[in-house]
Design a protein around this ligand. Structure first.
Ligand code: AN7
Length: 356
């Protein structure tokens, strides 16, 4: 282990809770340790007298929570002697795989649904040097192909069906328990492929079992309405939502997400694109945090739950903001509806434009 004192990523911090040994070559970009931000303005805005915290996963090195799982998946792939990785992705997994693949010196293949990934994510995969294959099909089809290919070729699959991904991602729950001194009462989270809700619940269960917390939070997962397979109880062949990150119609961790819901007394529900956009804008304008549209599904879920009085006043609530809004500048500009005033460089023109 390194003797450096500075933070060196979640494997070094939580190694005793992870399936690693001294022989594991740790591939890290110092992911994790993300801020848990108290959101009093947001609480006031939605009229809920409770402690709301936003965990901003957009501050991870590639701008999403995927880095937590990818440091584990790529380190273990390297330990096992693999020299190539592959994933299907709505964007963030491909960015993380490409970055950790680059760091590890491994060949990286990413399959993406052509035309349905945010610009920033595509630019990341390109810059990190992944082999990008854009298929004429959606995420669910891409994942099926990736499973097939990884079975038949010596290429390690790093989607969240790879159990090391879940192991890394459960560290988010540890950080929340450390920050709050206990688990929160409610944990709101977007649901796409359902890996992250599975991972957080695993983290909460493991730390409850060793008395690092006193209870499990109610797991409150939210799918986009046009991609709400778990809510509807059937695979959606043509999922649609502006939140492309969660445009997923056949979640790989479907049963595990239902288990988290049922054992914690939580819910898996859906939010509409309009509700997602409302939350996306509200988080930015009240709290100064720009997340991506899919991430706002957690807060949209909280707003929806508050309207039906499904959350208790005075409780502690954590909403996971899974990805950075800078990844998706097209949607930011489209929905901000900002009035940009153009003037000459003359100070009088500028003052007139300032309207003061
Ligand atoms: C910002 O990148 O599936 O329920 O391929 O990017 O664990 O799938 C992304 C998912 C939420 C949903 N928020 O998490 C991918 C991918 C953001 C995301 C989710 C994703 P899961």
């Amino acid at each position: 282990m390194s003797t450096d004192k500075h933070y060196q990523g979640l494997i070094n911090k939580y190694r005793e809770y992870l399936p690693v040994s001294d022989k594991t070559p740790v591939v890290t970009l110092n992911e994790g340790n993300t801020p848990l931000i108290k959101a009093d303005n947001l609480a006031k805005k939605i009229g809920l007298d409770a402690e709301i915290y936003l965990k901003f996963e957009g501050s991870n090195p590639t701008g999403s929570f995927k880095d937590r799982g990818m440091t584990m998946a790529v380190s273990k792939a390297k330990e096992e002697g693999s020299n190539a990785i592959i994933c299907a992705s709505t964007g963030n997994t491909s960015a993380a795989a490409a970055a950790y693949g680059a760091k590890a010196g491994m060949k990286t293949f990413v399959l993406i649904p052509d035309g349905y990934i945010a610009l920033g994510k595509l630019s990341q995969a390109m810059m990190y040097g992944a082999n990008i294959i854009a298929i004429n099909g959606n995420f669910d089809e891409a994942l099926e192909r990736v499973i097939d290919i990884s079975k038949n070729y010596p290429i390690t699959m790093v989607n969240s069906l790879n159990p090391y991904r879940i192991e890394g991602q459960k560290s988010g729950a540890f950080e929340i328990i450390e920050a709050l001194g206990d688990a929160p009462d409610y944990h709101f989270i977007p649901v796409g492929n359902a890996g992250n809700i599975t991972a957080y619940f695993k983290g909460y269960e493991e730390w409850l079992a060793i008395n690092k917390s006193t209870h499990l939070p109610k797991m409150m997962g939210f799918e986009a309405e046009g991609a709400a397979a778990i809510v509807r109880g059937e695979r959606i062949m043509h999922p649609e939502t502006l939140a492309t990150a969660i445009r997923i119609g056949n979640p790989a961790s479907w049963e595990k997400a239902e288990r988290a819901r049922d054992l914690s007394g939580g819910v898996i529900d859906s939010v509409t694109d309009d509700e997602i956009v409302e939350a996306y804008k509200m988080i930015a304008s009240t709290e100064g945090i720009l997340c991506e549209p899919a991430s706002a599904a957690s807060v949209a879920g909280l707003i929806k739950s508050n309207k039906t009085k499904a959350v208790k006043e005075g409780s502690k609530i954590v909403c996971i903001l899974t990805g950075n809004g800078l990844k998706d500048p097209d949607n930011a500009i489209k929905y901000a509806l900002a009035d940009v005033k153009k003037t000459s460089a003359d100070i009088n023109d500028i003052l007139r434009a300032m309207n003061i």
